[in-house]
Write a protein that binds this ligand. Sequence first.
Ligand SMILES: C[S@@+](CC[C@H](N)C(=O)[O-])C[C@H]1O[C@@H](n2cnc3c(N)ncnc32)[C@H](O)[C@@H]1O
Length: 267
Amino acid sequence: MTSTVSPALEQRIARVLSAGVGLRGDGESPASLKTDGVAGGTELIEPGGGAAGEGAEGGRGAEGVSTWIGLVAAWNARIDLTAARNEDELVDLMLADAVVLAAHLPQGKRVVDVGTGAGAPGLAVALLRQDLALTLVEPLQKRVSFLRNTIGALLQSGALKPGAGRAPFVERGRGEEVARRAPAFDVAISRATLAPGRWLDMGAALTAGAAAPEVWVLLAREEPPALTGWEVAEDLRYRWPLTGVERRAVRYLRRAPASTPGATSEG
Ligand SMILES: C[S@@+](CC[C@H](N)C(=O)[O-])C[C@H]1O[C@@H](n2cnc3c(N)ncnc32)[C@H](O)[C@@H]1O
């Protein structure tokens, strides 16, 4: 199935992508996606170039986003991929949280997205940040087929040229199964799949082997959960650009273990 994107849909996609330019943390920021975090240090995000658009080998992320959203709209007529009721909802739902994540994720890391569904936020992040190695975990076969087909089309067109040496990998299964296998991820992301507290536990298990693990919890307006041994490093509040929905992206880092008084390096 091919992807055709109307000029109106293309304009909506461009609006959400360009809202991300404001996340660089300097100059004028659009109110919509301007984040208000507890810690600063946002990374430049530029649709069609730099961190958000092109990997080191020249993938075309913004173009890929249009192809992918066009495919979501086309496949959604046959299989249940999204509950979006109009184009504003579709573009905000698919893209806006990923634009925020893409501006804040560390360079070159192994990232897992649990419950990717039609690709939000994991596939969008893979397109916008082609330095990252994404694993997309999804149990439902029809959604797995959609994701694999779409990634194939994006690779073929050259929109996806992963800088980390591999294309986004789609793993069919549940997050619980992946977490049991001592996985090696640095960053765990997920949206609308598990209750926030349960997701935080699972995210911690998925990144247990990493030197500097991070877990992101994506919320509407509710308070972020707490997890012993982890702390909130950023609490980003923003509105989706097209629908004005209030959102929150919370970044958790594992606390360094407290040093034992009197302990020596010789042990
Ligand atoms: C409501 S959809 C959200 C999809 C996407 N993350 C989004 O925000 O648009 C939840 C997705 O998680 C998947 N899912 C449900 N339980 C899961 C689990 N335990 N592990 C991994 N995926 C799961 C479902 O098949 C579904 O595609």
